[in-house]
Design a protein around this ligand. Structure first.
Ligand code: NG1
Ligand code: MG
Length: 553
């Protein structure tokens, strides 16, 4: 069965659950502490614990929302949420006695207790749920609320259908704001917890109520409520991953995940730059701006290459780069949308489109100018007016299609540089995956250092592309990845959204300890950090399994 079609694993036996994680860490202690604390705080044991891991993206950055394939892996660190339904006092007006109310606590004392309940609001004559998510600042409970939102709107369509009041206790070992997706792990674990306490995970008459793929789709929608128009990589990695493999996730024509076994005798080391990137509050000039730049670029490219857009009289398509490429090839070969293009054909198409991006440059600038632009002083971006003109849409329609749902701020929009990154990065993902697949079929027991060198080179190229073309790195990440290479990594790059957060480095397994020691000595921000604190900021990890649920019986 395809990964996305499988049911969410629900365990009733902890030994099998721990066995499924493919991890060398001692998980039992955290699970026991969480259960004990929940019982102490709420006066009864939890009914469920849900688990969702963070992820590291090995390669394929900022291309998921252009619908190109990416290669992340779930990590061993995760979010655990213990929960149980609570009996409300009838007739009480206390917040915790309202339908669907939540008492939310976190084992980390830094994150205070929250009590909230969904309200019913009327929007355009229809009832919908409101949970008051504050998107103006980064707040941990927003991600819990986001998960709950989806469960409410999918399963409790009107105010006569009530969710149960619930007690919730959260604990997490995924460092927040670091590019290893603590946010997606929180949203996925929360979505699962609210599904579980409301009995929405049990199979009825043998029917799977919700597949892993459904949960990915739901979690993606949910996380958008926090204010970032992200692609689906993190949620898919947190849900679909399998131990000891990376996960090749494709989004076009539909979501699909397949394991890409990693070569042996290496480790991935995650090192935090200690620059916290608060994606939600910086989205208008970073993440969401990149989403708009890539979407508008896709329309401009489609227009210039004669690719059909599915615009109707009043509705304009927000076409993505992957769709443009698919249609381009499909139309040439007379075979539709190009959704089923194999990796080989996709590589050829990517190489060819990389030579056709001049239409995204400002008037008067040629690709020869770009090549000569070693000092990178030349302005390659276009103004808002020029961008609208290139799109072929009226200002009114442009605003409606590309700006009405998102806030962005920029003087120049970098259509060309972003496109160059998206297509070249997508090509690197295919190359990385091919090396993994070839090496796992050729020599199952060991990988040659030449394979690891090739993978490392692709990671380094990805970092350079993130730095210069997508401009989502920062000086600390540039320095840290360089130090990692100097310390013997085959390759090193930022992972996740960037602008801070973590790096991922490919290191020979027997070098991990000395590698970590060298980085500790050389990366300035690690001075003075010792012991457990240090193990939080730099650690080796192995691919773990995706989200699951434990049911207390
Ligand atoms: P992180 O680093 O987890 O915030 C974000 C997006 C991904 C992807 C990467 C860049 C979210 C939830 N996730 O990841 O979808 O676009 O950036 O590759 O915003
Ligand atoms: Mg995130």
């Amino acid at each position: 069965m395809l990964l996305a079609d499988q049911p969410i694993p629900v365990y009733t036996d902890l030994a099998s659950l721990y066995g499924s994680l493919g991890s060398s860490l001692n998980h039992a202690e955290r699970w026991d502490t969480l259960t004990r604390e929940f019982t102490q705080r709420f006066g009864r044991p939890p009914a469920y614990i849900t688990r969702a891991p963070g992820r590291v993206n090995l390669i394929g950055e900022h291309i998921d929302y252009a619908l190109f394939g990416v290669l992340p892996a779930a990590i061993e660190r995760d979010i655990l949420i213990a929960c149980a339904p609570r009996n409300a006092t009838p007739g009480s007006t206390e917040p915790q006695d309202q339908p669907g109310s939540v008492i939310l606590e976190n084992l980390n004392p830094k994150y205070g207790r929250q009590i909230f309940a969904p309200r019913v609001v009327q929007t355009q004559g229809a009832e919908s749920w409101q949970l008051d998510i504050d998107t103006s600042e980064l707040r941990w409970e927003s991600y819990v609320k986001a998960g709950y939102y989806g469960v409410l709107s999918h399963y409790f369509p009107n105010k006569d259908s009530r969710a149960v009041p619930v007690d919730v206790l959260v604990t997490g070992s995924v460092p927040p704001g670091s590019g290893v997706s603590s946010s997606a792990a929180m949203v996925v674990a929360s979505t699962l917890a609210f599904l579980a306490v409301n009995n929405k995970l049990e199979a009825t008459n043998g029917h799977i109520p919700l597949s892993k793929g459904d949960l990915v789709t739901m979690s993606m929608e949910n996380e958008k409520r926090v204010g970032v128009n992200s692609g689906g990589m993190d949620q898919a990695a947190s849900i679909l991953s399998t131990p000891s493999s990376s996960l090749y996730i494709t989004f076009y024509p539909t979501l699909s995940g397949s394991p890409a076994p990693l070569p042996k005798s290496h480790a991935f080391v995650i090192a935090n730059s200690l620059v916290v990137s608060d994606k939600a509050t910086t989205a208008k000039h970073r993440y969401n701006l990149r989403v708009v730049e890539t979407l508008v670029g896709a329309r401009v490219l489609a227009k210039n290459l004669g690719v059909k857009l599915h615009d109707t009289g009043s509705k304009y398509e927000k076409v993505t780069y992957r769709e443009v490429l698919g249609r381009l090839v499909g139309e040439m070969q007379g075979c539709g949308s190009g959704g089923d293009m194999g990796a080989e054909a996709l590589s050829v198409a990517l190489k060819s489109v990389l030579k056709k991006l001049a239409c995204l440059l400002p008037k008067g600038v040629t690709e020869q100018d770009v090549e000569k632009n070693e000092s990178r002083q030349l302005q390659l971006g276009v103004t808002m007016e020029e961008m609208i003109e290139k799109s072929g849409l009226s200002k009114k329609v442009f605003d409606e299609v590309y700006l009405s749902w998102v806030e962005v701020e920029a003087n120049h929009f970098q259509l060309y540089k972003r496109a160059k990154h998206v297509f070249s990065e997508s090509l690197r993902v295919l190359q990385f995956r091919k090396i993994c697949l070839d090496s796992s079929s050729a020599s199952p027991s060991t990988s040659t250092s030449s394979e690891l060198e090739k993978l490392g080179k692709l990671m380094n190229e990805s970092q350079a592309s993130c730095q210069y073309l997508f401009e989502c790195s920062c000086p600390e990440l540039d320095l840290l990845t360089k130090l990692c290479r100097d310390a013997g990594a085959f390759g090193s790059r930022l992972t996740g959204a960037g602008w801070g957060g973590c790096t991922v480095s490919l290191v020979a397994e027997d070098q991990v300890d000395s590698f970590i020691r060298k980085i500790k000595e050389t990366y300035p921000a690690y001075k003075g950090i010792e012991g457990d604190k240090l193990n939080e900021v730099i650690f080796a990890t192995r691919p773990s399994s995706g989200a699951c649920v434990y049911k207390f019986t």
